[in-house]
Write a protein that binds this ligand. Sequence first.
Ligand code: PLP
Length: 391
Amino acid sequence: MDGINKSMYDIASDSAFSILARTNELKSKGNEVINLCIGQPDFPTPKNIVEAACKALKDGHHGYTSSSGILGLREAVANDLFRRNNVIVEPGQILISPGAKAIIFYTLLMFGQPGAEVITPDPGFMAYKSLIDYTGAKAVFLPHRKEQNFSFNVDELLSLITSKTKLIILNSPGNPTGGVVPEKEFDKLANELSKYPNIYILSDEIYSKITFDNSKHKSLLAYPQIQEQVIMMDGWSKSYAMTGWRLGYGVYPKKLFPFAEKLAINCHSCVNTATQIAGIEALESKSSEVFVKHMVEKFQERKNFMVSELNKIKNVECCDPKGAFYVFPKINKKNFDSKLICSELLEKKFLATVPGSSFGDLGEGFLRISYASDLENLKKSIVLLKEYMNE
Ligand code: PLP
């Protein structure tokens, strides 16, 4: 198209959202569709959080706030990080954003440019590659293999570093696999990356509160030797069932923060004020802590069910993920790629999943199944998948 910046063509779309659109279309025609394609908790936002937002609006909190976010919320984030990771960050390093996704974009706007290289997970969250491509930087893929429970090998990561590497993106617990990087691997990574002080790390920790089987999340911010290199992002979407509220944050090294703040001022001005006030309630109230615990227990139960049932299906192999709310089974069906399997499951069996290949080349052959749905639906999904695999 004449006049349009050609980088626009490098931005990809999220296949989960297009599959969701088709799912809704099929539903509107009267079909019962089991929707396991979308990455959002099936729980409602806890009442006390909703009430905090309503009260904030009634109390007249309707104006702009500081672009970095209200101080009370940034303090609540700093306290939460201290409680969970024993990490001290100053509120002045925290940028409140309209969803964590904005932090990915702002960070790539800081580091991505033609000639730069950005190391990113494969398979990985699709926005990483899409936005790296948009900036003109080169995406260099760090394999996360099934054989390593969808974690990575530090030596392999080090072998990908060149003089052009500006940023490394990591995501644990990970989307689309639910893989968690073992602490031992992070220890080694932190020691090695401290030898490259000019390379920054974007640590996407959006699933940090959703871990299983006693696998506790450790933030990359908890390593003093790389603290000046780490940009950590997290948010409320997944942990507090607040995907539609649009509330996330990034913690930046002090020297980078002014750049992040300028991007916020120019792009989103500030996050909806009532939402920010509700975000304080989420982090500080006992009842939301109880909610998170309950939700994670439910996810754990469903995860155990899915892993065990998927592994009983012929030609399906599934790892046992330690976090997030996805399973990423390998589906072996002769002459079928993951896109075709996903499309047939949706069109013939009314089961919505996402093809592994939409998360990177190494995702080929896999399906992403979100188990953020009730056990009844998950049981039906297993029956449908079994039927499909036997056809
Ligand atoms: N990072 C990962 C790995 C995700 O899976 C998602 C959402 O699906 C996000 C970031 C974005 O989260 P938010 O809703 O806070 O923008």
